[in-house]
Design a protein around this ligand. Structure first.
Ligand SMILES: *Cc1c(COP(=O)(O)O)cnc(C)c1O
Length: 376
């Protein structure tokens, strides 16, 4: 008898990847971004489903994520790119395991070259240009030197320059003036590289938002994270996608309380009118954001109801009014929304955050993931 679980519909993942692929320009490949345990959905299982949907690339932030994919054979035969490494991390294992690596500086490139020499194999490198996010990527001033160093390493047989790439800052705000500025900066970086004799087979720029709204940014490859999971970075941006995650718990206790009583820690909420409260056994230790105290929504007994009082470590309290809700009833915090339940977007509003953070944090040892669908 389960008490709380996070359900992942692997058929939805496969459907979303196939749907997204159908929206790309012909010849554009799709990378499913599976970093952060696939945004809380479970990296290995998601990778398999995404590959079945047509992903030919998998993207991770850290090297350990990429190595785990290779070690477990998830997505056999696909390309893997990993892009966030602190200096000193041995890279030989990744080069030997055919993991493509990103370089944003000459120091990072040098470490890749050292690793390639050690394992006697050319490393596939994606050169990253910062076109305006001011996060990772080489600055415009450092770009020619990075490209020149990479060209030399390629001539020496130590690396193969597989791609030039970048990342948007505001693609989730279509029309934002930074988008065009970044596109122009990317074109300029490609021209500079071409002038230095570097014209790799791949260019990639688009995240989910750009994949959905900016076909001219698709190039040869798009990197889609959030939309793989059936969520959109833009309100109403992806009507054909199916949210893959739903969060369920069984009501532990129902009891009547009287007007004037305070609810949960700090008594931040006071009962206005006699009512029935349902105790739902998930809390911030399971990923329910405490910032959604007295605001989160939960579907119980055919209706959407509100969390009252503070979200606790292990539990939340939900106001059920006069309705006949009982211990053992199923509570749904969020899901696809097709059965009247709230969505991850609703929880994002309630918690003053984004849907990315809601799903990525969800689940715990005691609130495990359960996989559904034919692909499971
Ligand atoms: C996370 C990430 C993505 C995916 O972004 P979504 O908005 O989830 O599609 C793509 N590229 C990079 C570099 C990322 O860090």
């Amino acid at each position: 008898m389960w008490q709380a679980q996070v359900r992942i519909d692997l058929d939805a993942i496969r459907h979303n990847v196939a749907t997204l692929k159908g929206m790309l320009r012909p010849g554009t490949a799709l990378m499913s971004v599976v970093k952060a345990d696939a945004y809380g959905h479970g990296m290995l299982r998601v990778a398999e489903a995404a590959v079945r949907g047509g992903a030919t690339w998998l993207g991770t932030a850290t090297l350990d994520e990429a190595l785990a994919l290779r070690e477990h054979g998830a997505g056999g035969g696909v390309k893997i790119l990993s892009w966030l490494h602190s200096p000193g991390r041995p890279l030989g294992e990744a080069v030997a395991a055919d993991v493509d690596l990103s370089a944003s500086s000459i120091d990072a490139l040098d470490e890749i070259v050292d690793a390639a020499r050690k394992v006697r194999r050319a490393a596939a490198v994606h050169l990253k240009i910062d076109t305006g996010l001011s996060r990772n990527g080489a600055g415009r001033g450092d770009w020619p030197a990075l490209v020149t160093a990479a060209a030399k390493a390629q001539a020496d047989g130590d690396v193969e320059i597989a791609a030039i790439w970048s990342h948007f800052a505001c693609a989730d705000e279509p029309g934002h003036p930074s988008i065009l500025r970044q596109q122009l900066a990317f074109d300029e970086a490609l021209d500079v590289a071409a002038g230095l004799g570097v014209e790799p087979p791949l260019r990639h720029f688009a995240n989910s938002a750009a994949a959905l709204t900016l076909p001219e940014s698709h190039f040869e490859l798009v990197r889609v994270g959030l939309s793989t999971y059936g969520l959109s970075p833009i309100p109403g941006g992806a009507p054909d996608l199916r949210p893959a995650m739903s969060v369920h718990a069984r009501v532990a206790l129902v009891k009547a309380v009287q007007a004037g009583e305070g609810v949960s820690y700090g008594h931040t909420y006071k009962i206005l009118k006699d009512t029935n409260l349902a105790l739902v056994p998930v809390g911030y230790a399971d990923g329910v954001p405490r910032s959604a105290s007295s605001r989160g929504l939960v579907h119980i007994g055919g209706k959407v109801r509100r969390v009252v009082g503070r979200v606790c470590m292990d539990q939340i309290v939900v106001d059920c009014g006069d309705d006949d809700v009982r211990a053992g009833d199923e509570a749904v915090l969020f899901g696809a929304g097709t059965r009247g339940e709230p969505t991850a977007d609703d929880w994002a509003v309630a918690a003053d955050t984004i849907n990315y953070e809601i799903v990525t944090r969800m689940g715990s040892n005691r609130t495990p993931r359960v996989y559904l669908g034919e692909s499971a």
